[in-house]
Design a protein around this ligand. Structure first.
Ligand SMILES: *Cc1c(COP(=O)(O)O)cnc(C)c1O
Length: 354
């Protein structure tokens, strides 16, 4: 399949690997495709990265009918480029679309388009330790209409951003803040969809956590405000005794690709992994009994984010000795080695694209 490609007239100066942060620099080209009821998804094209002209009445700006994905392209030691489980991201993208009344797209076609865009921009994939090219597919509702209903027209786009190592100052544990006052999502709501409003809804509690000196919010369930859901925009794991426990997917938790990879890797090492409802009180009780060994978040951006402290109400607990646990470190390094093609991939998770 040939996707029309209009080349940028001038190319940007690419930043040095060592100067990269997260999400501020975009490559020369992007992918665009449109939807209308009569043509379906049509006019796929790769063209220069450029601003959109939109009607102020565009539905996405008023009612937030928008979904996105996040995955990465990695530079391998031989100078090639590979993706990590891209089919899983595109499948989740379609699941999010369904929940938000956005028309389904052809996953195989979108994967081809994504690969083609990454190939065109392959020189933008940085090669510094821990760096990558972040891929952001997005769909927005574009009807110029301010009545409330699902839009009839949509724009699907993919933009690319070279990103730096998540831990430029080393792999250190974060402090997290549990709230039972604010919730991220509720059962029956849109928590399992990667939809824009979930992130807007999380900002206020995130701000309060920062003011208290914590990096992330640990979200509890929206009904009883007792059971653990996620941390910030990551899934969360607890090593209690010799069991690795993570909240079961219940409809309000985002089904992370990294979460699934952690579960598979841990099982392949012979570890007992349990997906179940887990109360915050149970975590504090396990800590009191000396059974809470490690806690970490999982997500594409950070891969593994070890948790050093958890604050809930007036109580704060320190996990282990406050340093990175050996299991978290092993997961972090093994997952990264797979993503960067440094080790064999028995799971067939990686896809070489250049
Ligand atoms: C994207 C996301 C995650 C992590 O998903 P990955 O596929 O592992 O990157 C977890 N929770 C939320 C709320 C997210 O948006």
């Amino acid at each position: 399949m040939q996707i029309p490609h209009k080349k940028a007239e001038t190319l940007k100066t690419r930043p040095q690997s060592s100067q990269l942060g997260f999400g501020t620099i975009f490559t020369d080209h992007m992918f665009n495709m449109d939807y209308s009821p009569d043509k379906g998804w049509h006019n796929p094209r790769i063209e220069p990265y450029a601003p959109f002209v939109m009607e102020p009445s565009s539905m996405v700006l008023h009612y937030g009918q928008a979904i996105f994905e996040g995955l990465k392209a990695y530079r391998t030691a031989d100078g090639g480029v590979q993706l990590f489980r891209p089919q899983d991201n595109l499948h989740r993208f379609n699941l999010s679309a369904k929940r938000m009344c956005i028309p389904q797209f052809d996953e195989a076609f979108l994967l081809e388009a994504l690969i083609e865009l990454v190939r065109i921009e392959k020189d933008w994939v940085p090669d510094g330790e821990g760096t990558s090219l972040y891929i952001r597919p997005t769909i927005i509702a574009t009807d110029p209409f301010i009545g409330l209903r699902a839009s009839n027209t949509y724009r699907l786009f993919i933009i690319l951003s070279p990103v730096g190592a998540y831990y430029p100052e080393g792999f250190n544990p974060v402090k997290i803040w549990v709230t039972n006052e604010y919730v991220r999502a509720v059962r029956g709501g849109v928590g399992q969809a990667k939809t824009a409003g979930n992130y807007a809804a999380s900002l206020y509690a995130g701000q309060l956590a920062h003011e208290e000196g914590y990096t992330q919010v640990l979200w509890l369930d929206g009904v009883e405000r007792k059971y653990i859901e996620e941390v910030g925009t990551m899934n969360i794991f607890f090593l209690i005794g010799d069991e690795l426990i993570t909240p079961a997917l219940n409809g309000s938790i985002l089904a992370g690709v990294t979460r699934d990879s952690v579960i598979s890797l841990a099982k392949s090492w012979g570890m007992k992994v349990v997906e179940r409802q887990l109360a915050i009180d149970e975590v504090f009780a396990a800590h009191a009994q000396g059974q809470l060994k490690e806690v970490f978040g999982s997500g594409t951006a950070a891969v593994i984010s070890p948790v050093g402290k958890i604050k809930f109400g007036s109580q704060e607990i320190v996990i282990g000795d406050g340093a990175v646990g050996s299991f978290s470190a092993r997961l972090f390094h093994d997952l990264m080695d797979l993503q960067y093609g440094k080790t064999a991939d028995p799971f067939k998770w990686t896809m070489k694209v250049a």
